[in-house]
Design a binder for this molecule. Structure first.
Ligand SMILES: *Cc1c(COP(=O)(O)O)cnc(C)c1O
Length: 445
């Protein structure tokens, strides 16, 4: 049954109607009458089914997915192993609440997280539903373990939309505007941003540390929270040495180093975790997005003595580590291993960088091509300057959408195009998507 669905979709982009087509436009009418206009509206084609890197909309258009639902469906859509695992679990039981009566899959996910996250120390995990919930709990745990309150975050950071995580997130519009007051004891310091600051990793770390020490005081800091490759903030890869220097500073001062690997983790950058590229071993790691192949699941994993510092019942929630999501994570991790998708991310990096660097030589609006693995971005600038060019990013996204390709923008100034293809995308599909992107950039340039 699963394989007949697979063969019925095929692997090619195919646009049959104008986009959005008539059936999507009719659904859009219904949406306007009942869905809050506060919910983002990216590309309003309504999806009927999907397989691999192809989404099929309600008008029968086959759309190439270079966004993976924001780095979630790394293993691709409708993967048979995941479909099977989830279907069986739904038929067995869908919920007990792990804190009321436990089940094996939660424990098995924590075993996998202990094995996959950096470092060989004793680890413990707790599971949640969303990335924001994981980040919020990591901060709670770090505060409880250190009995300190300050949290250090970085320019361009994105950590979620709950009250505490809005405070941790940098960008005002659309994430924070009008939603204050925000949680206190959050201090923001400069990120390493090689394209814009030209600093070495060591110098950028020294700059951040000097601000922390003069404005907050190391002895007041519970946690330093950082995305090893920033996601929503613009796929900013810090200069080599930045993360190791910060990690060392946290160790020297009893500060909990929290790596937010929600977007960069689970093979996306060509290592299981982005910190692995520099051998950094965080005290706590937050995971979500790529963890469970599209089912809502998130985790906090880290040093046993920190994770166990909280009293029993101090951390939890009704749905955290839901059994359907937990078996999906186990299936997704199996697929990642069986298909060697971490290595595949490196191949995708090579293909994307070759193509985009060639494109950058031909046009004037690409200021920087950067990223790791299957997490690659173009930063767009006004020709001949480094001034962010957000209207170009918008126009490129629209051109790609009009031609049946999903690409996403990001960046504090909205001037970055990011590519997050499913790791199972074929070479042919990726070449097709990059060709459309190149046409879009040339059209806008
Ligand atoms: C998406 C994201 C979050 C928030 O995850 P949600 O599941 O949307 O709550 C937090 N941190 C990073 C780095 C993210 O990319």
């Amino acid at each position: 049954m699963v394989s007949s669905l697979e063969s019925s979709i095929g692997s090619e982009r195919r646009v049959l109607t104008e986009l959005p087509g008539p059936a999507s436009r009719a659904l859009q009418e219904r949406r306007h009458n009942v869905v809050s206009s506060s919910v983002a509206m990216g590309f309003p084609i309504y999806i009927d089914r999907a397989q691999g890197a192809i989404l099929v909309d309600v008008d029968g258009n086959h759309i190439l997915d270079l966004g993976s639902g924001i780095a979630v469906t790394g293993i691709g859509h409708a993967v048979p192993e995941l479909v099977e695992a989830v279907s069986q679990q739904v038929a067995s039981f869908t919920h007990t609440c792990f804190g009321v009566t436990p089940y094996e899959s939660y424990v098995a996910v924590c075993e996998e997280l202990a094995a996959l996250t950096p470092g060989t120390h004793e680890k413990r995990s707790a599971l949640f539903n969303s990335g924001a919930e994981a980040v919020e709990n990591a901060v709670k745990i770090a505060r409880h373990a250190t009995r300190r309150s300050a949290v250090i975050v970085f320019d361009h950071a994105y950590h979620g939309r709950t009250n505490l995580t809005m405070a941790l997130t940098a960008k005002n519009m659309p994430y924070k505007d009008g939603f204050g007051p925000f949680a206190p004891e959050v201090y923001r310091v400069p990120m390493s941003y090689p394209f814009r600051d030209g600093l070495s990793g060591a110098d950028a770390a020294a700059r951040a540390i000097a601000e922390i020490e003069s404005q907050v005081g190391a002895q007041n800091v519970a946690a330093l929270l950082i995305e090893p490759v920033q996601g929503e903030g613009g796929f900013i890869v810090p200069a080599a040495g930045f993360l190791p220097a910060l990690s060392k500073w946290t160790t020297d001062h009893g500060v909990v180093f929290i790596a937010d690997e929600i977007q960069s983790g689970f093979g996306r950058t060509g290592e299981w975790f982005a910190v692995d590229h520099e051998g950094v071993i965080p005290d706590l790691v937050t995971t979500a997005k790529g963890l469970a192949g599209g089912m809502p699941l998130a985790g906090v994993t880290g040093r046993a003595e920190i994770m166990n510092a909280v009293h029993e019942g101090g951390i939890g929630g009704t749905y955290g580590g839901n059994p359907v999501a937990a078996v999906a994570a186990l299936a997704a991790i199996r697929v990642m291993r069986d298909r060697n998708l971490v290595m595949r991310a490196r191949e995708l990096e090579a293909i994307m960088l070759t193509s985009l660097n060639a494109l950058a030589r031909d046009v004037t609006i690409i200021g920087d091509v950067r990223g790791r693995g299957a997490m690659i971005a173009l930063e767009l600038v006004e020709p001949g300057t480094t001034i962010p060019h957000a209207t170009a990013a918008k126009a490129i996204v629209k051109y790609c959408n009009d031609h049946g390709v999903i690409v996403l923008s990001c960046g504090t100034a909205g001037n970055v195009i990011r590519l997050l293809p499913p790791l199972v995308i074929t070479d042919e599909q990726l070449a097709d998507g990059l060709e459309v992107l190149a046409e879009a950039v040339r059209d806008v340039n």
